[in-house]
Design a protein around this ligand. Sequence first.
Ligand code: PLP
Length: 430
Amino acid sequence: MKSLWETDPEVALAVENEALREELSIILIASENYASEAVLQAQASVMTNKYAEGYPGRRYYGGCSYVDTVEKLAINRGKELFGAEHINVQPNAGTAANMAVYFSVLNPGDTILSMNLSHGGHLSHGAMVSFSGKFYKTFFYGVSKETGRIDYDEVEYLAKKYRPKLIIAGASSYSRIIDFKRFKEIADLVGAYFMADIAHIAGLVAAGIHPSPIPYADFVTGTTHKTLRGPRGGFVMCKSKFAKTIDQAVFPGLQGGPLMHVIAAKAVAFKEAMSEKFKKYQYQIVKNAQTLADSLKEKGFKIISEGTDNHLFLVDLTEKDITGKEAEIALDNAGITVNKNVIPYDEKPPTITSGIRIGTPIVTTRGMKEKEMKQIAFFIAKIINNLGEEEVYNEVLEKVKKLCLSFPVYHNQIRKERLDNDLKQIAVRL
Ligand SMILES: *Cc1c(COP(=O)(O)O)cnc(C)c1O
């Protein structure tokens, strides 16, 4: 068969350029990671060819024995990893996993209580622009203005006031431990179902670094591609009594044929996540996030809630008199990738924002530790304090590339001659 380079050089080049970008920039996007070679191999396999509607042992197609093997492995490992009674590994994304929960216990028009999007919640938790806000009536809790932490008394007050059918805990930009036990107590007070969305913190939960919601939640949804460091995808776990309704909600409720190549890669990721090495990795992610936050604080940056317990934090740029958008663009010029992010009580719109979100899963995967975090804090401060100064951008860019070259990731994804040439050119300029 012809290779990708022979068949479609345009796509092949874009893929290679992406590998080079990932190799040569400091990526601080909190929701991204570098999947392992093993995960990439499983995901790029012939299992993409197979139709397997249904579940292992009960499929609508013949020829499913090998895809059954990988889905059973993913299920058994996922259950063991999180200590779950039931897991469905078919959701194509975190949003689909959440949808499966809503479809299994809610009717259109039912009420949800979840975290405010602008305080760190997720679109799929009832934002008006999402199906979840259109189908269900949503009320939101947030963080306190003083502490930047979830106000659990407010959650209880709102739960009693609106009597939701489902309460959701979980966030995309919240840097503190989430008290799942308290959420469960509040849900019980008003007879609501309780769902924990661990999309961001799945790796930390698997490693025992963030307390697990499994003992408390009726449903736990997550993604495999964030801290868990697997393929892009979702999963949903639940108590046994909801197993059947969840499975039916995923298929045929909202998806057709499952992505068996991705499920194979999920099995690999779960296996990797059971290792001691993975635990150490998760521990280092948090240490790195704390070191980076502390170093930025020392340089005069304001951190929402004053710090972090997990893999990410928000920087409030209001006092620096620069917007999140400007910071994102400036840092990008110097090979540092972050995302602009609204901060709680932000006065600027989501397209501009007053903050940036910073996460350490990726830089930790490439082996960076506290020393490098201090360097990165220095780079960030240098750029933001010298906005628009091309010379400073270039100076930092060279240092960023040099740092990246000492922490290689996917060298084998890049053609050898390209790697030699491009990296040599960069090395010469350094
Ligand atoms: C990322 C995320 C999701 C959704 O993940 P997708 O795979 O992008 O659909 C859901 N919930 C939370 C809290 C997230 O951070």
